[in-house]
Design a protein around this ligand. Structure first.
Ligand code: F6P
Length: 370
């Protein structure tokens, strides 16, 4: 028989996403209602295994109803997050100045037991969920995962919270760029996040009626991009909007990466500027680039994301109460239910190239540069 739950820990890992605070609030309310105590581990797992960073001893903080009051609409996460310093491959400076990766997961498990936690609710993307899964296996920890990412690239769930907010913001930005592009007869390139998946670029590009959308799933040919812009010019449409996913790949080329160091995740960047320069050379049209970057992760969650976050948080607590462990709550319309964590962790859901949004885009005359 599983032990009754009294104290649970919650953490948020990876890049922040609008809706994290709403998940935390729902967990606190649902757990408190059941008489459980809730604690937040700060900054991923840092709060539990890097005590030197928390000199006031507040690496783990009690989350009461009072502490989560009025946070549903707030971006970010009140307990902090990190997408650096994976505890399984923690970068440790060596006396000779080099960096060596060290496995510090045992310290987290030890800290977890010391705090007397009966379970962990880990809110994160594929990497964070896979870390939580490994910790749970090694430390025999009861675990429920909550899928988060603005990139929408997780398997097993129809949507992750944060995605709708990112797409809404990107769409508004594209709308705003239309008027300046048209007034100046320019090409505007808009780079959006999304890592190796093109969900944000595709959805915002179609909703914002872009002329070209470049996504990682469809390698592009710059000649065809230039052809599209020139064809518009010939038809009297002397401006164009090009939406570029940061992870898009030229045919026969590679992704544009700005960072790849020991202990750090690969970081995409720079593609929008490269494409803008190529377009200017190839079409002789004045071209500007706007990188939306981290603006996509900030601000208030949309109503859709708030509701999804609240549903995910409450469902995670219900799953624990039912005795579940090693599962992730997922949106499987019309319900939120759960599936084994290994169906989600360390997997990436790409845009199917024959999905109806792509077919719609093609019918609307949007070019993918292919
Ligand atoms: O996964 C979320 C995400 O925002 C990606 O879209 C992006 O590539 C990455 O995080 C950026 O992370 P960082 O916070 O390290 O800049």
């Amino acid at each position: 028989m599983t032990q009754p739950i009294k104290r649970i820990a919650v953490n948020t890992g990876g890049g922040d996403a609008p809706g994290l605070n709403a998940v935390i609030r729902a967990i606190v309310h649902a757990a408190t209602k059941r008489g459980w105590e809730v604690f937040g581990i700060r900054d991923g797992y840092n709060g539990i295994f890097l005590p030197e960073r928390y000199p006031n001893g507040d690496g783990v903080i009690p989350l009461t109803r009072a502490r989560v009051r009025g946070i549903t609409h707030l971006g970010g996460t009140i307990i902090g997050t990190t997408n650096r310093g994976n505890p399984f491959h923690y970068p440790m400076p060596q006396p000779d100045g080099t960096i060596k990766e060290v496995d510090r997961s045992g310290e987290i498990i030890e800290g977890f037991k010391k705090h007397g936690f009966d379970a962990l609710i880990a809110i994160g993307g594929d990497g964070s969920l896979s870390m939580a899964h490994e910790l749970a296996k090694r430390g025999n920890i009861r675990l429920i995962g909550v899928p988060k990412t603005i990139d929408n690239d997780l398997e097993g769930t129809v949507a992750t919270f944060g995605f709708d907010s990112a797409v809404s913001f990107a769409t508004e930005a594209i709308d705003r760029l239309h008027s300046t592009a048209e007034s100046h007869h320019r090409v505007m390139v808009v780079e959006v996040m999304g890592r190796t998946a093109g969900w944000i670029a595709l959805n915002a590009g179609v909703a914002g009626t872009a002329d070209v959308v470049l996504i990682p799933e469809i390698p592009y040919d710059m000649n065809l991009v230039a052809e599209k812009i020139n064809a518009r010019e010939a038809a009297g449409r002397n401006f164009s909007i090009i939406v570029v996913a940061e992870g898009a790949i030229p045919k026969g080329g590679t992704t544009s990466v700005v960072e790849k160091e020991v202990g750090k995740a690969e970081r995409f960047g720079g593609l929008g500027e490269k494409i803008a320069a190529q377009i200017q050379t190839m079409t002789q049209k004045e071209t500007r680039c706007v990188v939306l970057g981290h603006l996509l992760r900030g601000g208030s969650p949309t109503a859709f994301d708030r509701l999804l976050s609240l549903r995910f948080g409450a469902a995670a607590v219900r799953a624990l109460e039912e005795g579940q462990s090693g599962v992730v709550v997922v949106l499987n319309p019309p319900t939120v239910n759960y599936i084994p964590i290994d169906q989600v962790a360390d997997r990436v859901r790409h845009v199917p190239v024959d999905c109806d949004t792509i077919l719609t885009a093609r019918d609307l005359g949007i070019s993918f540069g292919d």
